[in-house]
Write a protein that binds this ligand. Structure first.
Ligand code: GLN
Length: 189
């Protein structure tokens, strides 16, 4: 298995570390040529969704990644990645991949712009540590979307078929189970 980690901006190295701890190989998607490598899944890290969206277009990678997701390649978006996958963004006129039937709200969860940490239930896994950094949440989901975690009544993790999104950053905590969940999504494809 080989997972491509989008590495144009944001917290991608932390994802690579998690994958390597799981014994899964990964490579960085920095430019269009990297997309010619074979990959079984894609991780879109946290960072700044506007910057990532802009760079993906400037580097001419946007359409190819979107097509890969639409064709069923498993994708895991954390934080900014959740925003890039959302069908629409409640407080932003932009839409990026829009492949997940979710509405995201940017910079809006809980204690607004600050960072915070909690432990909460993740469906199918149990209680996991959750680190939020200027996080989004999902305000609504379509029919095919399974809500996997909620904190304070807000959806913070969801899955739709091959797509997994978390508002928090599992790559920043010492718990491999959410990355393992994603690896299982790839294995069970
Ligand atoms: N606030 C960022 C955005 O709107 C997301 C924050 C993050 O990825 N940690 O894109």
């Amino acid at each position: 298995m080989n997972i491509g980690v989008l590495a144009v901006q944001g917290a991608f190295i932390e994802h690579e570390k998690m994958l390597s701890e799981l014994g899964v190989s990964s490579f960085e998607i920095r430019q269009k040529a990297d997309l010619s490598k074979s990959f079984d899944g894609i991780i879109i890290p946290g960072g700044e969704s506007t910057v990532q969206g802009k760079l993906l277009k400037e580097l001419d990678m946007f359409d190819e990644i979107k097509t890969a997701i639409e064709s069923g390649v498993p994708v895991f978006g954390t934080c900014a990645g959740l925003i890039l996958l959302a069908k629409s963004i409640a407080n932003d006129k932009n839409t990026y991949f829009g492949t997940m039937d979710t509405v995201a709200v940017r910079n809006a969860y809980g204690r607004q712009l600050g960072s915070f940490h909690t432990d909460s239930e993740f469906k199918g896994i149990g209680t996991v540590p959750m680190t939020f950094i200027r996080a989004p949440y999902i305000s609504s989901v379509g029919e095919g979307v399974d809500v996997l975690a909620e904190v304070d009544g807000k959806i913070v993790a969801a899955r739709q078929g091959n797509q997994l999104a978390t508002a928090f950053h599992p790559e920043l905590d010492n718990d491999l189970r959410i990355h393992e969940y994603f690896v299982n999504m790839i294995n069970n494809r």
